[in-house]
Each structure stands twice: as C-alpha cells, then as structure tokens.
Ligand binder design. Structure first.
Ligand code: URA
Length: 451
C-alpha cells in the first residue's frame, strides 16, 4: 500500500490562494493543526485571507464546517429524556438586538428546549453574553451538567461558548477578528454552524441582519450569507431557515448591556413592549416552532409564541433560568435595583425641529464601545452600566425637547464624546420622513422547505 503524501500547511494555503478546491483530508489536517497549535497564527491568518478573497464552494464550506464542529465535543442529548425538540436561533450581530433574552424563554414556554450558546459583542455589535453579565451572579460558564439540567428542567439556558465546543472556531475567530477577515460568507457560515452543530440542535433559525449596523450591509450580501447558511446546514442535516432583518436602525430603542436586559424584562413582563422587537420575536419564534413540529403552520406558531409572552410564562421561565444559573431570585420584581445604569444622563438634542432621515447604526454601536460598553481589545473588561436610551428611529420627529437619544455615562468627558458620535450618526430632514417600522425583510428557505 502506498503511504499518502505528507500534508503541508503552506501547500494547503497555496491551493486555496490559487482558487483550487481542497480535499476533505486537507481541510481536516488544517483544522486539526489549528486546534492542536501545530498550525501557526500566521498560517491561520493566511488561510482566512485566502478564503476571504477566493470564497469556498458549498461542498468545501460544508467540509470546513464539519471539521470545525469535530474539533471539539458534540453534545448528545439522547439520554436527557427531553420532552420537546432542541431548537435555537442565532443572529449575525446588530445594535439594540436583545431578542435572544425574550425569544429563548418564549420558545421554552412553547414546549421546546433551547440550549443557546451565545457570544460576546464583536466590533460595533452587542453580544448576548455581555448583556447577561449585567445580571449580578449570572454564570455564563456553568459546567456541562448544570447546563444540561437547566435546558431539561426549565427549557432554556443561555450560556457562553465553552472551551470544548468547536475550539477551532474560537481560535480562527480570534485571528479573523484582528486580520480583517470577519466578513467572509464562507467563514461566517462555518463559524456559526460549527458551534450550532456541536450543540446538538434539531432546528435552527438564523437572524441575518442587513443595513448600516450589520456586518453584511448590502441586502445582496446578506441574502448570499443567509442562503449559504441554510444550504450548508441542510447538507449537515440541520433543518434551518433564515430571516433577513433590518439593521438600518437599532432594533430596540435602546442599546447597551444592562439597559437592553431591562428592556427585555419590560417586554417579557408587559411593562413595555416595542412593536418592532415583538415583530422580530414572533417571526423568528414562529419559524422555530414550525421547524420543530410544534405548530401546524406559521400563523399558529406565531400565536403560540405571542401567548407564551403575553401570559407571563416566558417571563417566569427567564426568571427561573437566571436564578438557576446564579442570578438573583427576585430579578423580575427588583430588576432596577440589580441592573445598574450609569449615573450621568445627557440628552442628544438637535438644534431645531426635524425628522430622522437615516441612521448610521454602526456608529451608534461604536458609541457604546467608546463609552466602555464594548471592547476594543479581546481582553478588555466592559462596563455594563453605560448605554443609550430613547433612541429616535427613522421618521421620528425630533426637537430640542424631543432628543435623538439619552446617553448614560460615568463622566461628562465620556458623555460629550458619545454626544459628538451620535450627532454625526443621525441625518435629519426638515421634511417629514416615512417610518420604517417593518423589521423582517425576507425569509430564506432550503430547497423543498415549503413553509
Ligand atoms: N458570529 C459568529 O459566531 N461567527 C462569525 O463569523 C460571525 C458572527
């Protein structure tokens, strides 16, 4: 028998660079080397850049996704005696996007199990994990046993990526983050799906953002990403749909960590429900329940999610999940005491009466980072108490009495620099502008999925 030729990282990179396809062995070799550190960071960066420029055909992307999934543990839930399907949703990242905090317990209350492994903020976008860190005591890194117990008994657990799940993605992601190779359809697809497949899901709904606050700002790019994820997930046997949703303005009318948790709690308890947020929760949730076989059609599924929220069942499950993961037992009734908001408030006042014409949503996200609510370096700690509230949306009438936003900061220096960023982020018009209230733009299905 002939021995197979020795694989060399530089040859694999050269093949990619020259637009040739890789064999499954080459992909496995590279990803194994990334995980066991026999591939250097420089080689991983060159690999990412070659994929960035050349792209990957769907079969190659599926091989990469599988290799990254197999770089660590793949959760098996078959011994847990779960009473419903394992479902999840994942967002490609936005500003004022606190949907997971509302959706996970709503889906749990509708009969499914949601093992939601979420990430930290990235670039200008907020992360669910950072939002949860605003809740005192909440453990985003429970041991696997506790994670399994909470998913089984309460129905949902939102935690961070562990060292065991898709470690190759963690490594490659950190390198992409500092080498301008995040915005690659093949790399985003394999990064997201390797983690979702490792979590042992039975259905996934993607929220692919588009617009000024999204990584893929053009609708065509967002559509291509959504199609890539749905297609590669289908090849891996994970039924998946993707909704493309608007990020030309923040989703909630607030952004920041503690502020967004309070907004989500207000939504769950009914203290305040914002229509755009509710629209996105119902749309994503309806597809999740329908994919999981928990409703005969999308209309019935949407009603079920609505009922889970308006009945207070989702709020109750969120509170139980928090308490079980180390957070306060009375979070719902005493949220304002636990979720600390920075003491200084500054209104961003336009000089004259006007209408909001457009918003640079990315700049709003970066203003939060500047306030300390996000990171500029991987190792940075964040300040969960800073943020923005009462963000004006497109079409809103603003005036010196009706501000563009309220900044929550610790010092006037901090607040003044966010003020300049926000003033620049808003384009105003003297003429009335139509509101853009609808957030869900389109749905991408796998071939043969008729929902
Ligand atoms: N989220 C991920 O998990 N990976 C990406 O590449 C982009 C967003």
């Amino acid at each position: 028998m002939l021995a197979s030729p020795k694989l060399l990282p530089q040859e694999i990179i050269r093949h990619l660079r020259d637009g040739q396809s890789l064999s499954a062995q080459e992909i496995d070799f590279f990803i194994t080397g990334l995980t066991n550190q026999s591939i250097t960071d420089a080689q991983a960066a060159a690999f990412a850049m070659a994929v960035f420029f050349r792209g990957l055909a769907p079969d190659q992307c599926a091989l990469l996704t599988h290799a990254m999934m197999r770089s660590g543990k793949v959760l098996d839930w078959s011994n847990e005696n779960l009473t419903g399907p394992l479902l999840d949703k994942h967002s490609t990242g936005g500003v004022g996007d606190n949907i997971s905090l509302i959706l996970a317990p709503a889906i749990a209350a509708s009969g499914a199990h949601v093992p939601m492994i979420s990430g930290r903020g990235l670039g200008h976008t907020g992360g669910t994990l950072d939002k949860l860190s605003a809740i005192p005591g909440y453990r985003t890194d429970p041991d696997e046993q506790l994670f399994r117990t909470v998913v089984r008994e309460i129905g949902c657990a939102i935690i961070g990526q562990t060292d065991e799940l898709a470690p190759a993605d963690r490594k490659l992601y950190a390198i992409r983050d500092v080498t301008a190779t995040v915005e690659s359809i093949a790399l985003v697809t394999s990064s997201i799906l390797s983690k979702k497949l490792a979590a042992g899901l039975q259905g996934l709904v993607m929220d692919v953002k588009t617009g000024s606050g999204a990584f893929m700002q053009e609708l065509e790019q967002s559509r291509a990403l959504a199609k890539s994820i749905v297609n590669v997930a289908g090849r891996a046997g994970l039924p998946t749909r993707a909704l493309i949703t608007d990020m030309n303005q923040p989703l909630a009318h607030c952004a920041g960590n503690a502020i967004e948790v309070q907004h989500a709690l207000d939504h769950l308890t009914g203290a305040h429900r914002q229509a755009r947020v509710h629209e996105v929760v119902l749309a994503l949730g309806a597809h999740m329940l329908h994919l999981g076989g928990l409703a005969p059609n999308l209309a019935a599924a949407s009603d079920k999610v609505d009922e889970a929220i308006t009945s207070g069942k989702a709020a109750e499950l969120f509170a139980r999940m928090c308490a079980r993961l180390g957070g306060p037992k009375d979070l719902l009734s005493k949220s304002k005491a636990y979720l600390k908001i920075a003491p200084l408030s500054l209104a961003v006042q336009p000089k004259r009466k006007a209408y909001v014409k457009s918003i640079d949503t990315r700049a709003i996200g970066l203003a939060i980072v500047q306030l300390g609510g996000g990171r500029t370096r991987h190792q940075d700690a964040i300040d969960t108490s800073v943020g923005l509230s009462q963000l004006a949306m497109i079409g809103d009438h603003v005036s010196p009495e009706q501000p563009l936003a309220i900044i929550h900061a610790h010092s006037s220096l901090q607040a003044e620099s966010a003020l300049a960023a926000l003033e620049a982020a808003y384009q105003l018009s003297e003429e009335p502008i139509a509101a853009q209230s609808q957030a869900v733009i389109e749905t991408i299905h796998a071939d043969g999925d008729e929902a």
